[in-house]
Design a protein around this ligand. Sequence first.
Ligand SMILES: NC(=O)c1ccc[n+]([C@@H]2O[C@H](COP(=O)([O-])OP(=O)(O)OC[C@H]3O[C@@H](n4cnc5c(N)ncnc54)[C@H](OP(=O)(O)O)[C@@H]3O)[C@@H](O)[C@H]2O)c1
Length: 313
Amino acid sequence: MALLVNLDLVRILVTGASGQLGPYLLRVLQGEPHIVTAWSGNWEGELFGTPMRPVDLASPGAVEAAFTRADPEVVIHAGAVASPGVVDQDPDRAWTVNVQGTDRLAGLCESRRCRLLYVSTDMVFDGEDTAYDEDSPPRPVSAYGRSKLAAEPLVLGRSDLEALVVRVSLMFGPSLNGRPRFFDQLVEAIRQGRPFTLFNDEWRSPLSLDAAARALAALASQAPGSWRELGSRGVLHIGGAERMTRHEMGVRIAGHLGCDSPRLAAGSRLAHESPEPRPRDLSLDSRAWRTAFPDLPWPSLEEALGEMLPPGR
Ligand SMILES: NC(=O)c1ccc[n+]([C@@H]2O[C@H](COP(=O)([O-])OP(=O)(O)OC[C@H]3O[C@@H](n4cnc5c(N)ncnc54)[C@H](OP(=O)(O)O)[C@@H]3O)[C@@H](O)[C@H]2O)c1
């Protein structure tokens, strides 16, 4: 079943627009005939022609006032305390933002007849299996994963809300907000020939930020009612086309950059000190998404890198 994209103008609100994923969403939406409102947490400025409005998801009054002003028809909810390490530093704050903030947004969407796309994560799984599909039982092992999972029923349990939970794999690509992240640091280390350790016992199905943004933008552009046909019980998995370890990913990035002898050490997640276990395999089964959207990009790692990083050092 291939779904058609509805080309009507839609008022779209993007939360988390200043993060890793948000700017990619704004870049894709810039080329579409929609009216886009972008919320950050604190970040101020403009990205891809869209002014950023700081709105703290933990502040009920601020969220309601800004929601009323935006008057969206669809929300792409990517805003979150999205780094497991940051969540561990202040789990209560993360719960307020990720769970209560999402619940509040869902309530507003329900009362204003607005549809909600909630961006969830592969980290709702424990990593002891592989190729998780939408019916696989979630069992998060991190505070971050627990907070993202806890918000899912708060979105899906509302009888008058049209919602879709999109669980996304580990995403990669250069930062577009001027704040370098893990991928940027890895690429810089490879280019400079510096040592870098990557786990060779942690499997993911990495998805480029651009492919993720295109998928979410396509979903936001669907006609009302069409999300019901997707995934299972309101949940859709969107992962990359390949399963690989983080170390393999680094080696292939180095190959793409033409670096013959990258100083990439293979490490073990078991030797890594962290307050909670690191999931072994979080690869997602994306067949439901691919069946519905066979024409959307689903690049191999090298194809995605070819779009984002010019080869050579
Ligand atoms: N990155 C991944 O590999 C990955 C994988 C699966 C799922 N996800 C999910 O995808 C979404 C986007 O992830 P990301 O990597 O783009 O995250 P990110 O880079 O950490 O960005 C988080 C975004 O949320 C905003 N935010 C944080 N606290 C907020 C608050 N209290 N109120 C309002 N906004 C707040 C941030 O605003 P400021 O910039 O102003 O702080 C930023 O725009 C998240 O929901 C995450 O759980 C990410």
